[in-house]
Design a protein around this ligand. Structure first.
Ligand code: PLP
Length: 390
């Protein structure tokens, strides 16, 4: 494919955007030699993040580690079934397999692109009749859009099932005036380099139960019990992991938290410019932003996502991604459903083909909070040219 034009520098999907305040906390760590997985930035970050979630928080090495510890807190073990959306990133699902538990994949709804509450209700009713309830439910709030949590929570409560919320992509989102990641039993956040804010890497677990948070913190540092002799002759009565966040990373995340609201508003503004600049392009529809009848609900637009109707647009999403690539623009499809992945093909998937359709037709556009206006105009122009719209 010969590009019409080419961006002089590659326009990336989602890049880190430092706020300036990070260095102070990192310098403090250097100055005081807190260059490990203990230190004041960790304590402060857990307190500061706790003001967002209103719950005890545990700073960890990654969002994936947080999901893994969250599943262990919920008592998930070998052979246990965990309901989980098929439309997500592999990091949501893999920790289920770390525990040799069994994912039961479930389709998305078109309103949120997230776990379909109606499907969940029917599935759990069937399983309750057969006396074969799963052990837990996981929701994922994709691209900054909350799942419809109320009906999902109602179903979990009806059958006494714990709910884990993977909010790795949804920091800054709202479900009414509630924070996605705080309504279920466990909430997980990520500070990976391409997320809303970053620590270069990092994750966090938030949960209402303080005893669970304390267990997660203990497990994340090799599960050392107090030694009765008081000489650090380590006693281990539980299985531990090396999952704690570094105090240096915690410093970066602290600085990033100071600009979180700015970053959300910037990404929402990026989305709004795409929407306005592409509104007249046939067959190019944005991911919806349902309000659930709850004022205050907010999609963060971590990634600006659209659906391509090839018949009206003139080419498929995949061809558009290839064409943008040839013009030095990075974009990618909406997540490939887990039940179509080679490692997960053997597992059950409940529901229809919404997730497969979203994957086939979805495109995520460059969405960085630092995206230059001129670069975004170039992306909009490229999409308009691809569609043959002047
Ligand atoms: C990024 C991401 C994770 C994992 O977070 P890491 O911090 O990279 O381990 C989990 N789930 C989803 C949906 C994500 O996008």
């Amino acid at each position: 494919m010969t590009p019409d034009r080419k961006a002089p520098r590659r326009i990336l999907l989602s890049v880190p955007h430092m706020g300036g305040g990070e260095r102070r906390y990192v310098d403090e760590a250097f100055d005081q030699n807190w260059m490990s997985t203990a230190g004041p930035n960790l304590t402060a970050l857990e307190a500061e993040f706790g003001r967002i979630t209103g719950e005890p928080c545990v700073a960890l090495g990654s969002g994936t580690a947080a999901i893994h510890l969250g599943l262990r807190l919920m008592g998930i073990g070998p052979g246990d079934e965990v309901v989980t959306p098929t439309l997500t990133f592999a990091a949501s699902t893999n920790p289920i397999r770390y525990e040799h538990a069994t994912p039961v994949f479930m389709d998305s709804d078109r309103a949120t692109w997230n776990l379909d509450p109606g499907l969940l209700a029917r599935f759990l009713a069937d399983r309750a009749r057969a006396n074969r309830l799963p052990k837990a439910v996981m929701v994922v709030h994709l691209f900054g859009q909350s799942a419809d949590l109320d009906p999902i929570l109602a179903e979990c409560r009806r059958y006494g099932l714990p709910l884990l919320e993977d909010a790795a992509e949804a920091l800054g989102a709202r479900y009414g005036d509630a924070v996605p990641g705080t309504l279920g039993d466990i909430g997980v956040f990520s500070f990976n380099g391409n997320k809303m804010i970053t620590g270069t890497t990092g994750g966090l677990l938030s949960c209402r139960r303080k005893d669970w948070a304390d267990s997660a913190r203990k497990w994340s540092t090799q599960a050392r019990d107090a030694d009765p002799l008081g000489v650090n002759n380590y006693v281990h009565s539980e299985l531990g992991f090396n999952y704690r966040m570094s105090n240096v990373v915690a410093g970066i995340v602290r600085g990033q938290l100071e600009v979180l609201e700015d970053r959300v508003l910037a990404r929402r503004a990026v989305f709004e410019r795409y929407r306005a600049g592409l509104a007249d392009v046939p067959g190019f529809e944005p991911q919806p932003e349902p309000m659930f009848g709850r004022p205050g609900t907010r999609h963060t637009r971590w990634l600006s996502c659209f659906l391509v109707d090839a018949g009206k647009f003139g080419m498929s999403a995949v061809d558009l991604i290839r064409r943008l690539d040839s013009e030095n623009i990075e974009s990618r499809p909406v997540w490939r459903p887990m039940h179509t992945q080679p490692i997960y093909r053997a597992f059950e998937c409940v529901g229809g083909d919404v997730a497969e359709d979203l994957n086939a037709r979805g495109i995520c556009l460059p969405s960085s909070s630092s995206l230059a206006a001129g670069d975004q105009e170039f992306v909009i122009g490229s999409i308009r040219r691809a569609a043959g719209v002047a």
